[in-house]
Ligand binder design. Structure first.
Ligand code: ZN
Ligand code: ZN
Length: 295
């Protein structure tokens, strides 16, 4: 073969290789794939959280720069602290919340022995006009939970059957969390209409799963989500909570995973199986859609 012909063959091979290389699509990340299943937020109505509270969008870079709580060797367990007098159905919901949170955060989750409501002094309570007793959420964080946080706990979350209020001027709050101390509290009180029964069990369970994973999400440094419909959206009332997904959006999942470093696909399959077993059908089909986008 003459050198001229050889060179033109070589150029042809380079050209083919160049085309092959440039035509090869970069494999999408897990988050880019499941982002196809993110649903855009609608404009907030005056009753909704985003209408009055102007919060900043926390980007992934903002989140990475944050000084925040992370699990470490010997300090990586999520603890739940029930406070109050719970009936069988309420105890069943706490047990299911434990199972769910273990899958959601991919961390071992344990329930501590129940504390009595007598732990709340008079100064930490108030009576509303309907004779309903409420407990100051901040008191639970500062005076009940911080001192009881087990040595191997990464976060500790109280669960109470009493209604909570965060400040005198507020009517109530579903939950409250501290970014610095890794403690938080969720109240079951408003998740069922006065009485937890077999017929409102699943609806209130879904609310408990959303609010408890939301509060622990805060403890791991995730701010209210403005990216898409997401469990980390701020909420003012139950209608708003019900309209939010239990599914964290792709951005919030990316934030969570950058701290907790779990296997995304394993987590998704475990959550899907949980939703299926508990007949939480909308969340089950959302997880199924996520899995389809991964294929
Ligand atoms: Zn929140
Ligand atoms: Zn989100």
């Amino acid at each position: 073969m003459n050198p001229g012909k050889f060179n033109s063959y070589l150029s042809l091979i380079y050209l083919v290789l160049f085309f092959l290389f440039s035509c090869q699509k970069k494999e999408m990340t897990y988050y880019e794939k499941i982002a196809f299943n993110d649903i855009a937020l609608k404009n907030a109505t005056p009753e909704e959280w985003r209408y009055n509270k102007k919060e900043n969008f926390q980007t992934f870079q903002d989140f990475q720069k944050l000084k925040k709580i992370k699990p470490a060797e010997g300090k990586n367990i999520i603890y739940l602290q029930p406070i109050g007098e719970f009936n069988i159905l309420q105890k069943k919901q706490i047990e299911l919340a434990k199972q769910y949170l273990a899958k959601y955060f991919q961390l071992e989750t344990k329930i501590l022995p129940t504390l009595s409501n007598t732990i709340f002094p008079k100064s930490a309570k108030r009576i509303r006009s309907n004779n309903q007793e409420q407990v100051l959420a901040r008191y639970i964080l500062d005076s009940v939970l911080i001192t009881r946080k087990p040595k191997d706990a990464v976060v500790l979350m109280g669960i109470t059957e009493k209604d909570l209020f965060p400040r005198p001027e507020w009517n109530y709050v579903f939950g409250l969390a501290s970014y610095e101390n890794g403690v938080g509290v969720t109240s079951m009180f408003r998740f069922y209409d006065g009485n937890l029964t077999e017929s409102n069990f699943n609806k209130s369970l879904e609310r408990l799963l959303k609010i408890s994973s939301h509060e622990i999400g805060h403890m791991f440094g995730i701010s209210h989500c403005l990216n898409a419909n997401c469990v980390m959206n701020g909420t003012n009332n139950l209608t708003e909570t019900d309209s939010h997904f239990a599914r964290a959006c792709s951005l919030c999942q990316q934030k969570l995973n950058s701290t907790l470093k779990y296997d995304n696909q394993k987590r998704l399959i475990e959550l899907r199986d949980f939703f299926e077993k508990q007949n939480l059908n909308r969340e089950f089909s959302r997880a199924e859609t996520d899995l389809k986008f991964l294929k």
